[in-house]
Ligand binder design. Structure first.
Ligand code: FAD
Length: 391
C-alpha cells in the first residue's frame, strides 16, 4: 500500500466548501492549544450552569465541525452526501451521563427510532448507544465489582436489562447492527457482563451486537482472548469495536487519587503496540470475530490494510470495518473507502446541550502539539494550496 495514500486532500475535502474549510482551519488553529481548550471547556460548563445562552456559540464553533444535526432529519443530509463516496454512516443520538429513569427511557426511545430509520436506509448499517445513556453509572460500577445488589438496585438492573433487550430486539427485527460504546474502566466489566449475555443470544451467525474494547487499557489483549474462547464455548460470534480510548486523563487521575495501579498503558508507544497487536489478533482470528476499528491513526489504518492483504482477505469483507468520527480524519475515511474497503463515519446528533461533553472530548483529543489537530491543519493548508485560494 502506497504510504502517501492519505495525502490526497482533493478527495478528503471534496464535500467541504472554501468557507467550511476556512471554518475548520480556524477551529483547529484554536483547539491545538491545550490551555485554551481547558479554559474554554470550563467557561462553557460554567455558563451552562448559570443558564447563560452559550449554545449558539458552541453550535457555530464546535458543533458544526463534529456533529451532523440537532435531529435525525437534519442528519440524513450528511448520510446522503457521504454515500456518494462509498462511505456508510453510523447515526448516534448522543447523550451521556444521564441519571434519571425518565431520561434513560427517552434515550431508549430515540435509539429505537434511529434503529428504525437505519433499517430504511442501506447507508446506515450500524447504530450505537452509550451504556450510561440507558442505565445508571453506579449500577454498572456495582456489577463490575460483583457487589451484592439491594432490592432497589435489583429493580434498576431489571429495567436496564429490559432497555438493552428492547434495543437488541429492534436491531434483530430491523436488521441493523449496534455498537455499544465503552466508557470508564471501572464500570466496563459490568457493561461487558451484560453485553456478553446478549451476544450469546443475538450473535448466532453474525455479530449483531458489537462491544467496544479500549486498547489503552493494559489488560485488553487478554479480554479479546477471553472472548475468543468464551464464544467458542457458547457458540456465538463476538462483535468488537477496537479503539484506543478517550478517557485517559480521568483514568490516570482516579487511579492516582484512589491509590490503585494505573490501568492505562505507560505511554503512547505501549498503547499503539497494544492496539496493533489487537488488529493482528483479530485478523488472524477472522473466522471467529466480526470487528470494526475506530481510529484516526494512519499507521494503524495502513497496518490493517496490509494485514488484510497478507491474509488474502477481500477489501469489502463484511466482517471488517474501518470507522472515523465525523469532522476528523477525512483523509483516511474518503481515501480508504475509495479503494473499496468498508468504511463508516460516526455521525453524532442531538440537542447542543446534550452533546457538549462529547464536543469537549473531541476538542481535548485534538489539543496537543503531537495531536490530531496538527495533522488536520497540515492537510487543510495543503488543500488551500491545491485550490489556489487564500486561507
Ligand atoms: C468510530 C470511533 C468510535 C469511538 N468510540 C469510542 C468509545 O466507545 N470509547 C472510547 O473511549 N473512545 C472511543 N473513540 C475514541 C478513541 O478511543 C480515541 O480517543 C481516538 O480515536 C484517538 O485515538 P486514535 O486511534 O484515533 O489515534 P491516536 O491519535 O494515534 O491516539 C491517541 C490515543 O492514544 C492514547 N494515548 C495518547 N497518549 C497516551 C499516553 N501518554 N499513554 C498511553 N496512551 C496514550 C489515547 O487513547 C489517545 O486517545 C472512538 C473513536 C472512533 C474513531
Amino acid at each position: 500500500m502506497s504510504k502517501n495514500l492519505f495525502d490526497n486532500t482533493k478527495l478528503a475535502f471534496e464535500l467541504k466548501s472554501n468557507n467550511s474549510l476556512r471554518k475548520s482551519l480556524f477551529l483547529f488553529n484554536i483547539i491545538k492549544y491545550p490551555l485554551i481548550v481547558k479554559f474554554g471547556s470550563f467557561l462553557i460548563q460554567f455558563f451552562l450552569k448559570l443558564k447563560l445562552p452559550v449554545t449558539a456559540i458552541v453550535k457555530n464553533f464546535l458543533f458544526d465541525q463534529f456533529c451532523v444535526g440537532l435531529n435525525e432529519k437534519e442528519s440524513m443530509v450528511t448520510v446522503k452526501k457521504l454515500s456518494k463516496f462509498n462511505l456508510k454512516s453510523i447515526l448516534h443520538y448522543h447523550v451521556e451521563g444521564y441519571e434519571s429513569e425518565k431520561s434513560f427511557d427517552e434515550c431508549l426511545l430515540n435509539t429505537i427510532k434511529t434503529i428504525k430509520s437505519a433499517s430504511k436506509n442501506h447507508d446506515i448499517p450500524f447504530t450505537v448507544f452509550k451504556p450510561t445513556g440507558l442505565g445508571p453509572m453506579k449500577l454498572f460500577h456495582k456489577l463490575a465489582l460483583s457487589s451484592t445488589l439491594n432490592e432497589k438496585e435489583k429493580n434498576s438492573l431489571k429495567r436496564v436489562e429490559k432497555r438493552f433487550e428492547l434495543c437488541f430486539r429492534a436491531c434483530k427485527k430491523y436488521g441493523v447492527k449496534i455498537l455499544i460504546d465503552s466508557e470508564e474502566s471501572w464500570i466496563q466489566p459490568g457493561v461487558d457482563l451484560l453485553v456478553e449475555k446478549y451476544m450469546i443470544i443475538y450473535n448466532k451467525k453474525n455479530a449483531l451486537i458489537y462491544n467496544t474494547v479500549q486498547m489503552y487499557l493494559k489488560n485488553k489483549i487478554k479480554y479479546l482472548q477471553h472472548l475468543l474462547s468464551y464464544s467458542k464455548k457458547k457458540s456465538f460470534i463476538p462483535g468488537v469495536k477496537i479503539v484506543r480510548g478517550a478517557y485517559m486523563e480521568k483514568e490516570r487521575s482516579r487511579s492516582k487519587k484512589l491509590g490503585y495501579d494505573d490501568p492505562i498503558c505507560d505511554n503512547k508507544i505501549a498503547t499503539d503496540e497494544n492496539f496493533n497487536n489487537a488488529l493482528k489478533f483479530l485478523v488472524s482470528n477472522i473466522k471467529y470475530f466480526n470487528f470494526i476499528v475506530g481510529s484516526h491513526n494512519e499507521e494503524s489504518s495502513y497496518l490493517l490494510m496490509d494485514l488484510m492483504k497478507r491474509n488474502k482477505i477481500k477489501r469489502n469483507n463484511s466482517n471488517i470495518w474501518f470507522a472515523q468520527l465525523y469532522g476528523m480524519s477525512d483523509q483516511i475515511s474518503f481515501n480508504i473507502a475509495n479503494l473499496g474497503y468498508n468504511v463508516c463515519k460516526l455521525l453524532p446528533y442531538g440537542p447542543v446541550e446534550e452533546v457538549i461533553p462529547y464536543l469537549i472530548r473531541r476538542a481535548e483529543e485534538n489539543s496537543s502539539v503531537k495531536g490530531q489537530s496538527s495533522r488536520e491543519l497540515e492537510l487543510i493548508k495543503k488543500e488551500f494550496k491545491r485550490r489556489r485560494i487564500n486561507s
